[in-house]
Design a binder for this molecule. Structure first.
Ligand SMILES: [Zn+2]
Length: 508
């Protein structure tokens, strides 16, 4: 009977939230504000809920995640999946003390969505993104370019992250996941509120849904004010702030009685900058774990599908590189890399570097349940390059990379018809080019040399000619087009080694 009673309460709160469940402002670091109906239910019933669960609650809780990465209509602008893996790895480090652990849904870890409307969205586009793509029974995580001007938000039972606030060293994922599991900001009620902090705070602030009591510096009213937790101190700071050496706000605030205090910068749910710390308090942990084990409206018990973690990858596992290795020469624009599978690994991230010290990284891509990768663009010709493969799995997202072996290969252009083509790579851009705007000829040369550049029109008439000195590496030549009519031209690069021909289209 007790459960039904709670559900009824939750339903009442649901009705209440319809009034105040407004969309957040665009201008904030995190777009989430207010409290969820489930949290309202929780704060009013926490003793009864604690009694129901009993005293012991130390089991690990495993939460499945599918990451959905948006791109533009033409499929560009994706967040690299490798960095999404690192974001969840980081989130798991932040959540480790809570005994909540996230894993990628086996067989369905990542989906890609091509929609500019979703990729850079306002609130309407965000709602459409979530409603169209939300998957039942797992934590729905979307990574977009611009989530309505925020770093991220938790809304409509999903979390939406911006590309720029993701990756290792970032607290945003843990923050939004905290919201998803019901936690409000410690400065609840102050979202979007402008205040002169040198003044004593008001007794209550109008949040749009309620006159919400302001938490006192001594926390004496903490269960009916602020974020309704006693072990999160008073905090009124609704903007991104940096902390002092005690991980507290440098800004002194004043409670309604005039008592001065500083905010706690270690709280993941606050707005302090990432380096101030990363803590969920004990009361916040209890709320999140209760939410995860509650099957009422707004509870997430449906996430708890497994009670044991999946198999992990051996920390010392080394990916055996099959080919190319030992400085083997490969066609620079058609390279297929092969490696041997590693037990329990499902994600393989291929990295290609310019130098033996693994800097800079020229290319990286993550493949799923595959042990080869074909690359057709972005790799320079006539270079010695270094590659390795990192591993991860749905359950093992923090695998170290520094023990991986490094393979060496050389890029060549085997289709070169003369010696010049084998030592110089020529690319023209933009192509077509508008008359009057310069085109750029990028010549990547393996050695220094002289060459003649000529431009001829479709009838074979020579329009321009100059002799240039190419040095080793990249050479950029500007091709003026003021004197050229719209039409097709042939660019020729020529010396004693041979000739390279490129087409250039000039438009009006
Ligand atoms: Zn937030």
């Amino acid at each position: 009977m007790r459960l039904k009673f709670y559900s009824l309460l939750a339903m009442l709160s649901l009705n209440a939230v319809a009034v105040f469940g407004q969309q957040p402002d665009n201008s904030e670091w995190c777009g989430t504000k207010g409290i969820t109906p489930w949290f309202d239910f929780y704060r009013l019933n926490r003793e009864a809920l604690a009694a129901e669960r009993g005293g012991v609650d130390t089991a690990w809780l495993y939460v499945p995640v599918t990451v959905q990465i948006t791109g533009t209509d033409s499929g560009t602008g994706y967040y690299p999946f490798e960095q999404a893996i690192q974001s969840i790895c980081q989130m798991n480090e932040h959540f480790a003390p809570t005994r909540i652990r996230y894993y990628l849904q086996p067989g369905d870890p990542v989906r890609y969505l091509n929609s500019t409307y979703w990729h850079n969205h306002q609130w309407e586009g965000g709602a459409d993104l979530i409603e169209t793509n939300r998957i039942p029974n797992r934590l729905n995580t979307f990574i977009v370019a611009d989530p309505a001007g925020n770093c991220g938000y938790s809304w409509m039972d999903a979390i939406v992250m911006s590309k720029s606030c993701s990756g290792y060293g970032n607290r945003t994922w843990a923050h939004e996941a905290g919201h998803h599991l019901s936690l409000p900001h410690p400065f609840l009620g102050w979202e979007g509120f402008t205040w002169d902090y040198s003044q004593p705070a008001p007794l209550a602030i109008n949040t749009g849904w309620d006159d919400h009591e302001v938490e006192k510096a001594d926390s004496s009213n903490s269960y009916v004010s602020g974020d309704y937790f006693r072990d999160t101190r008073a905090d009124y700071l609704n903007y991104r702030w940096s902390c002092n050496s005690n991980s507290e706000s440098t800004l002194l605030q004043h409670d309604p009685g005039g008592a001065p205090f500083r905010s706690d910068g270690t709280l993941i749910m606050g707005y302090s900058s990432d380096e101030c710390g990363a803590v969920f308090t004990q009361e916040q942990v209890v709320a999140m774990r209760t939410n995860l084990q509650n099957s009422g409206p707004g509870g997430h018990a449906e996430y708890l599908q497994v009670t044991e973690p999946g198999a992990e990858i051996d920390d010392d596992a080394v990916v055996q590189l099959a080919m190319p290795i030992d400085s083997q020469a490969v066609q620079y624009n058609d390279i297929t890399l092969h490696w041997d599978p590693v037990p329990n690994a499902t994600f393989y991230t291929v990295e290609i570097f310019l130098f033996a010290n693994l800097q800079p990284r020229l290319f990286y891509q993550t493949v799923y349940n595959a042990t080869s990768l074909n690359i057709t663009k972005g790799i320079p010709n006539n270079r010695t390059l270094y590659w390795r493969v990192r591993v991860a799995s749905e359950w093992d997202l923090c695998q170290p990379a520094n023990n991986q072996s490094v393979g060496i290969f050389k890029t060549k252009n085997f289709s070169a018809t003369n010696d010049l083509e084998s030592v110089v790579l020529a690319e023209v851009s933009p192509n077509p080019v508008a008359a009057g705007y310069p085109a750029k000829l990028l010549l990547t040369a393996d050695e220094s040399m002289e060459a003649a550049i000529t431009i001829t029109d479709a009838s074979g008439r020579q329009c321009q000619r100059q002799t240039v000195k190419l040095s080793y590496g990249e050479n950029i030549l500007e091709i003026p087009t003021e004197a050229l009519q719209a039409g097709l031209y042939t660019l020729s690069i020529q010396n004693e080694k041979g000739t390279i021909l490129k087409r250039l289209a000039v438009t009006n």
